[in-house]
Design a protein around this ligand. Sequence first.
Ligand code: G6P
Length: 467
Amino acid sequence: MSRPSSRLVVISNRVAVPKARGAAGAQGGLAGALNAALRDRGGLWFGWSGQESEDRTGNINVQRGGGVTTATIDLSTRDVDEYYNGYANSTLWPLFHYRIDLAEFENETGRGYERVNERFAESVMPLIEEDDLVWVHDYHLIPIGDRLRELGAKNRIGFFLHTPWPPTRLLTSLPFHERLVRTMLSYNLIGFQTEEWLSSFVHYCETELGAEVEKESGRITHEGRTTTARAYPIGIDWDHFQEQGDSGEARQATQRLLSSTRHRTGMIGVDRLDYSKGLPERIDGIGRFFDQHPERVRDLVFIQIAPPSREDVESYQKIRAELEQKTGQINGARSEVDLVPIRYVNQGYSHAELYGFFRGAKIGLVTPLRDGMNLVAKEYVAAQDPNDPGVLILSDFAGAAHQLGCGGNGALLVNPHSPDALARAIETALDMPLGERKSRYEAMIETVRDDNVQAWTKTFCSDLATG
Ligand code: G6P
């Protein structure tokens, strides 16, 4: 049995390498969370450098910085096309976000996905020591645990999925779905963000694989192999985020936002530019609010920070064009010489600046159509002034809704597909009295503070180490 003090080896596609740590909104929740996990616990973080090169010498680039050691490899242009842009982000990502209409099913990219997983496994294997705990992350690398076993790894190996897990009938539309899921039985522990995604996975194992499931313990047995699957909701890096909030940079960001919005209520959204985030639907909801309350156009300014993401994938190019068109339409119809209702910003910002913007904005709008967890929702709450907190409007389809809904007393939960529901929630948030804002904030803050990324890492790693 591994000791809890074993070294941690984290494997993920995206690695926040010291010299290239991106803007917080642009890099997604995974990189920030793993950076925190490794900074606190120490260990090694292995993955893709983010660079393309035809170098086949197997060179591994090791860097140390901010208490984290990273080891990365480059991928060839073909690998990036087939594995990252292809199977991971044009097949698994849309499918896992219930967007079968956007999913492409090409055997070619499937082979590329397996090839790159093989390559990652061969590159990281010599870096893994006997007692290491190995923790693999996300949909890019589902089969890597199985490849590591084939190469002789006897370590405890865990897997965590940051996205939703789709219902069985959706997943079965994926050619070779069984082949993919079977590889997961090589892991000792599999983590999901919520009970909802966990139960879809368990359902698949029971009905498609005919596995035996012990519901209480989460143990799943099939063809002589046993794995354990449980929910481990991820949290934010609370202490680090509060430190950022104490900085001059954060205070300046709040001032910048307040002085530019003046007497109007600032409403903010921060999302990678991804179709799962429900951005055009959000703009429709705001348009509906303005249509229903033209007299309130002067009360509100909406700031949407949306750093572009996965720009080589066609569905991402389309969503960007759609968003630009919708934003332009509303601004064209509703702007005046001294008033622009929607500020649409493509750049990313640091954590300190985001904290400052969140604090200055009295409404946070987090309305994905489907999201594994969504840490922006938690960060918005974390950045609020307890004496005058803002209101979080949150999609019922984000994993975070399970923790922040608080039985109707926390975030305002909405159906992100309905422009009317969004418009109503905006009106409720704008008119909400201070007493109610405080009590909703108080209902949410405990889980945001206590169920943080450190608690997440500790629980997962200790379950992985002890079995
Ligand atoms: C989501 C995924 C992560 C990914 C992040 C940013 O959060 O779950 O695995 O790293 O998006 O996307 P990118 O494609 O830039 O890594």
